[in-house]
Each structure stands twice: as structure tokens, then as C-alpha cells.
Ligand binder design. Structure first.
Ligand code: CAA
Length: 257
């Protein structure tokens, strides 16, 4: 039987995917990423799942792509391998995603967290892109997403020096959303995920799309796109319910339609 490299479970409306290769600090090899991708596909299709949390272990969220899988590859072989494009799938995921990070989040592990919508970290989390020390650069979005998240100076520093950001520094620089003690970070992440899961699902998907679009496009186009998404939600039941509930001074009962 194949090893369970990613544990997948439902916690009410939250889908929880736990990277489970502790002996290699959750290095993201092909079989692990196959299982992560399959878990994401399952949760994308499951209507009852409204938010997905990706986590690792206390010592390591993930210490990067698996160096032992790629050390002998040529440029042509690496270019032909679609492995790294799988990180992008998270960016396009239709439901809110949250990374719950403890310990090492390095290289592809940092990039995996960055591809999620929100990051909750434990006090021990360390974020970094050490690829230059291996003779390469980040290849799963690190240079791009760090530049967007932190701006030029900080992204250049992290990528060029490989310096790691601790949880508190990552919080103060806006890379992560919240930091909690190691004992409670996962519980807190799941509580936040449950709040996200209670949102009207179509509006949450539109909100994600609009923010992502704004990061890729100019102001005018982005504002046009936001207005179009805003208008499109007026054909949903949840918009009628949300506004009616406000007027009637009661809690809305969203159906995700
Ligand atoms: N790939 C493969 N194996 C890895 C790994 C990785 N990225 N990171 C850790 N491991 C393995 C180690 O080889 C070791 O295995 P063995 O026991 O079989 O030797 C095991 O995990 C434990 O690691 P260490 O003994 O090194 O643990 P440590 O506490 O001394 O150090 C660490 C921890 C600082 C995270 C160190 O393991 C390390 O530097 N790891 C590599 C980090 C890295 O360079 N990541 C970038 C990878 S390239 C990439 O991700 C490209 C991209 O953009 C997608």
C-alpha cells in the first residue's frame, strides 16, 4: 500500500490536509504532491467543504522541494517536469485556503504557504528561500510571491541571502496573518477556517478572484473586474438572504448558492 504522505480529513465544513513525511521534514516530493493535489481536487468538488487548511508537523511545515529527487536533473528534464506548476493550483483554488505553519517553511515549503490565501503561524515558524545555496533560485513562486507580499527590498534580501524570517518578524512584515503558541496554532487556524467556511461561498470565491486579479493587473482593469464580480453576486440566493437578514435584524442562513 502507498504511504499516506498527506492525511486528509473533514472537520465539519473545513477540509484539513496534513503533510506527513516527517522523516524528511515534509520535503515535497512527487508522490507527496500527487496526494496533495488529489486532496485539493476532492475538497474542491465537495460542496460541504468550504475552506481548506494545509498543515505539516510542529518541527516542519515543509523543508522545500525534495532535493534528492532533482539533484541529477538537467535543465531540459527540469523544464519538462510539471511538478513545480502544481504550487500554482493552490493559487487558483476556488475556496479560501489557509496554511497553518510551524517550524521550517523553506524553499517550496515557504512557497506552498505563500500560495495559500492566509497564513497562521506558530511561534516556532521560520520562513525562508535558501535555494541560492543550492545553486538555483526559488522555482515554485518564491521570487514572485515574496516580491508581491513584501516589496522589492525585502524580497531581494530574503532570496539573495537566504535569511529566514521568524514568526514574529513575518507577522510584522505582513507575510503571515497571525502567530500563536505551538500548542494552539493549529486549533486557532481551524477556528479561523471555520469562520471562513461560514461565509457565503460564492462571495468568498469572488473576493479571492478579485484580490488575485488586482495583484496581476492595473488599477482600472481591476476596478472594472471588481464591479463585474460585485454585480454578478446579485443573482445569488446568498446575496438576497444576506441583505434581507440585515434588514430584518437576524442572522443570515447562507446556502452557498
Ligand atoms: N529535500 C530532501 N530531503 C530533505 C530536505 C529537502 N528539501 N530537507 C530536509 N531533508 C531531509 C534530510 O536530508 C534528512 O534526511 P536524512 O535523515 O535521510 O539525512 C532529514 O530530512 C532531516 O533533515 P536534517 O538532518 O538536515 O535536519 P536539520 O535539523 O539538521 O536541518 C534544515 C533542518 C535546516 C531544514 C535542513 O534539513 C535543510 O536545510 N533542508 C533543506 C532546505 C532547502 O534547501 N530547501 C529548498 C529546497 S529546493 C526548493 O524548494 C526549490 C523550489 O523552489 C521548489
Amino acid at each position: 500500500m502507498a504511504a499516506e504522505l498527506v492525511k486528509s480529513e473533514r472537520r465539519g465544513p473545513v477540509g484539513l490536509l496534513t503533510l506527513n513525511r516527517p522523516q524528511a521534514l515534509n520535503a515535497l516530493n512527487h508522490p507527496l504532491m500527487d496526494q496533495l493535489e488529489a486532496g485539493l481536487d476532492r475538497f474542491a468538488a465537495e460542496a460541504a467543504v468550504r475552506c481548506v487548511v494545509i498543515t505539516g508537523g510542529e518541527r516542519a511545515f515543509a523543508a522545500g522541494a525534495d532535493i534528492k529527487e532533482m539533484d541529477r536533473l538537467s535543465a531540459a528534464q527540469m523544464a519538462a517536469d510539471s511538478h513545480l506548476s502544481r504550487w500554482d493550483k493552490l493559487g487558483d483554488f476556488p475556496k479560501p485556503t489557509l496554511a497553518a505553519v510551524s517550524g521550517f517553511a523553506l524553499g517550496g515549503g515557504c512557497e506552498l504557504a505563500l500560495a495559500c490565501d492566509l497564513i497562521v503561524a506558530s511561534e516556532s515558524a521560520q520562513f525562508g528561500q535558501p535555494e541560492l545555496a543550492l545553486g538555483v533560485i526559488p522555482g515554485a513562486g518564491g521570487t514572485v510571491r515574496l516580491a508581491r507580499a513584501l516589496g522589492k527590498a525585502r524580497a531581494m534580501e530574503l532570496v539573495l541571502t537566504g535569511r529566514r524570517l521568524g514568526a514574529r518578524e513575518a507577522l510584522s512584515q505582513g507575510l503571515v496573518n497571525a502567530v500563536f503558541p505551538v500548542e494552539s496554532y493549529l486549533r486557532e487556524a481551524l477556528a479561523l477556517a471555520e469562520r471562513l467556511a461560514s461565509l457565503p461561498a460564492l462571495a468568498a470565491a469572488a473576493a479571492k478572484k478579485s484580490v488575485a486579479y488586482a495583484l496581476d493587473h492595473g488599477l482600472e482593469e481591476s476596478l472594472r473586474r471588481e464591479r463585474a464580480l460585485f454585480a454578478s453576486l446579485f443573482d445569488t440566493r446568498d446575496q438576497k438572504e444576506g441583505m434581507k437578514a440585515f434588514i430584518e435584524k437576524r442572522k443570515p442562513a447562507f446556502t452557498g448558492t
